[in-house]
Design a protein around this ligand. Structure first.
Ligand SMILES: NC(=O)c1ccc[n+]([C@@H]2O[C@H](COP(=O)([O-])OP(=O)(O)OC[C@H]3O[C@@H](n4cnc5c(N)ncnc54)[C@H](OP(=O)(O)O)[C@@H]3O)[C@@H](O)[C@H]2O)c1
Length: 219
């Protein structure tokens, strides 16, 4: 599958490594330009591209940048993606890093709904509570009792199925965490955020979440 990854840091870099190793055709971009990604491209076989090129022809586009940088993504950054393409949003709002975002804190938009508004395209929220290193270190075959489960939220069932199938390929189980308006259940500071457990515990943690933003994650 052709996959575009926008953001080549902890998460984007490790998704590039694993998805390329699985045989996907990965294009990866950062803010500074493809020449700064030569080492990652050489290591993985992925193609380093400009951010405006990453989505070209892609069935899946991963947006994995600090939340404050989402509005800085070039206009039309998703143009040229394949018909019916799916966007995976891994991002989190850290007011200490991102500055205070009133639409999230005061108007109550979930972090992913805010991101959708800037991207102009629906997203599927996944990996936002996953330690980047776990993407490399913790894949296990389906059915292994130690397999970790990741919550996946999205409004479009077909898109969510596609993302869950990709995560299965990466060696993780998934739990359907509902729609994007409910995706506060997996935002920073919730019981499921950073939880390294299987389906049962992840399902329980999602159910125990409070919609009130934790004090540590308010600006
Ligand atoms: N680290 C984790 O374990 C973890 C876990 C789950 C979720 N997350 C979330 O996932 C997102 C990414 O986290 P990270 O730790 O991977 O971040 P990171 O290591 O800081 O990397 C951010 C990447 O985004 C790129 N970027 C920034 N602005 C851009 C722009 N305008 N156009 C294109 N690329 C741009 C940066 O490129 P340059 O370096 O060239 O500026 C860099 O490659 C964040 O929202 C974070 O909260 C992180």
């Amino acid at each position: 599958m052709k996959i575009g990854i926008i953001g080549a840091g902890n998460i984007g870099g490790n998704l590039t490594r694993r998805l390329a190793a699985l045989g996907h055709d990965v294009s990866v971009a950062n803010s500074r330009g493809p020449e700064t990604l030569a080492a990652l491209a050489e290591e993985t076989g992925a193609t380093a591209v400009a951010a405006t090129e990453a989505a070209r022809g892609a069935e899946v586009v991963v947006v994995t940048v600090p939340l404050k940088n989402v509005p800085d993504l070039p206009a039309g950054v998703l143009d040229g993606a394949a018909d019916g393409f799916v966007v995976i949003d891994t991002n989190n709002y850290y007011p200490q890093r991102d500055g205070r975002i009133a639409a999230i804190e005061d108007d109550g938009l979930t972090e992913s709904r805010w991101t959708e508004g800037h991207l102009g395209h629906p997203v599927v929220k996944a990996f936002n509570g996953t330690y980047a290193q776990d993407i490399l270190d913790r894949p296990l075959p389906a059915g292994d009792p130690g397999q970790l489960a990741l919550p996946v939220a999205g409004d479009d069932d077909a898109a969510k199925r596609k993302v869950r199938a990709l995560i299965d390929e990466l060696g993780f189980d998934t739990v359907d965490a509902g729609g994007i308006d409910e995706s506060w259940r997996q935002q920073p500071g919730t019981p499921v955020y950073g939880l390294r457990e299987g389906v049962e515990a992840v399902t329980k943690a999602l159910a125990e979440a409070s919609p009130e933003r934790p004090a540590d994650f308010r600006g």
